[in-house]
Design a protein around this ligand. Structure first.
Ligand SMILES: Cc1ncc(COP(=O)(O)O)c(C=O)c1O
Length: 381
């Protein structure tokens, strides 16, 4: 069955028996469950360890990501943290694509300070650099996003996965931007696919949550063990809110992409913008790879404006773009990454990524693109 059909008929595809033919699966908002009243394998006792609403979301996600199991966590960051805690021990090292979410960078720094878990940055568009890191350093985990955030570099996940497997190092891909609607990291060879469900998956800006899917049952079991021990499980209400976004995910992603292409092309015509980064623009350095690897391009555009002043004018004068963290919601957003999403990066790292006060990240929402272009035009003059 195609993914669109599975998602549209969500409640029939959760692996949980629902006796009333409900059109959406229910919220089991209960802390505990009576073992005496359960038939069969008496699966549920306490909601931190297991909950039918969370299990329904986990089941669908595992199917969609083509993995062996999914852990639903309380935030996207806690899914990243769960990965680190499960895979790494003190003294271990992670190889990370330099252009990654600021919260991931903050977490890596804390793990280094407190638990001597080290990290090395590399430019993952250069496969030789990944190989030489794997050859010359003792690396225990490789982590990247593709497209990267906010630089929107597209990484060759198939060949990165081949390298990791050659060196027997697990590869984790943060798929928050592309989502499984566009690309499936596990199918391309990764061992873990992580998603901040706060973004496109939820799609309505109403919930904060994360998911991590493992390719193997062995890793899925280990992830579950740590998630339960640390108590970072997603609440049933959050799992329900997240699941509401799934039936419309694919068509929302297509609508975000369509508007973003129109807007990116308009932005290319402006003399106050030095660079427009969008993977499905033919001037993008990894355009061919992006087209081959992603079915749909997420609606995020990164810009380098002529000056900091112009960038600040853009942020403050637009009316249809909220100055908000996050991306992937129905409403459009604008930010200077150095102030919000990447505020935890020091200046020298931002310089290496080519990000400064003139950099703007736009998340194109579901408003009519003509209205968004008009808003941009009147903000920038
Ligand atoms: C790529 C990426 N991964 C993970 C996260 C963290 O997700 P959350 O905000 O749900 O904790 C973010 C948040 O912006 C992100 O952009």
């Amino acid at each position: 069955m195609e993914l669109d059909t599975i998602l549209a008929r969500l409640s029939e595809n959760t692996g949980i028996a629902e006796p009333f033919g409900a059109s959406h699966f229910p919220i089991y908002q209960s802390a505990t469950f009576d073992l005496k009243k359960q038939q069969g394998n008496k699966k549920y006792d306490y909601s931190r360890s297991g909950n039918p609403t969370r299990d329904a979301l986990s089941y669908v996600f595992t199917k969609a990501e083509e993995g062996a199991g999914t852990i639903c966590t309380n935030t996207g960051v806690s899914a990243v943290s769960l990965l680190f805690r499960t895979v790494l021990k003190s003294g271990d090292s992670v190889l990370v694509e330099r252009d990654c979410y600021g919260g991931t960078y903050r977490l890596l720094n804390m793990l280094r300070e407190k638990y001597s878990i080290h990290f090395h940055f590399a430019d993952f568009t250069d496969l030789k650099s990944i190989k030489s890191n794997l050859e010359n350093k003792s690396i225990n985990l490789v982590l990247c996003e593709s497209p990267t955030n906010p630089g929107l570099k597209v990484l060759d996940l198939t060949n990165i996965a081949k390298l990791c497997s050659e060196f027997e190092v697990p590869l984790a891909v943060d798929n928050s931007l592309a989502t499984f609607a566009s690309q499936k990291p596990l199918e391309l060879g990764a061992d873990f696919s992580i998603t901040s469900a706060t973004k496109y998956i939820s799609g309505h800006g109403a919930a904060v949550a994360g998911l991590i899917t493992a390719k193997s049952e062995a890793w899925a079991k280990k992830l579950y063990k740590y998630a339960n021990a640390e108590g970072i499980s997603q609440s049933p209400f959050e799992a329900f809110l997240i699941s509401l976004g799934l039936p419309t995910l694919i068509c929302r992603m297509k609508a975000h992409e369509k508007s973003a292409i129109q807007i990116a092309n308009y932005l290319l015509t402006r003399s106050d913008i030095l660079e427009v980064k969008f993977p499905f623009l033919s001037n993008h350095p990894q355009y061919e790879l992006a087209k081959q690897q992603m079915k749909i391009c997420p609606g995020v555009i990164t810009l380098n404006m002529v000056s900091q002043e112009k960038a600040e004018q853009f942020v403050s004068k637009t009316k249809l773009f909220g100055e908000k963290a996050s991306f992937g919601s129905a409403d459009s957003r604008i930010e200077q990454p150095i102030k919000i999403s990447h505020a935890s990066y020091p200046k020298h790292e931002l310089d290496l990524m080519g990000i400064d006060a003139s950099t703007i990240r736009l998340s194109i929402g579901l408003e009519h693109p003509d209205d968004l272009i008009q808003d941009i035009e009147s903000a920038l003059g």
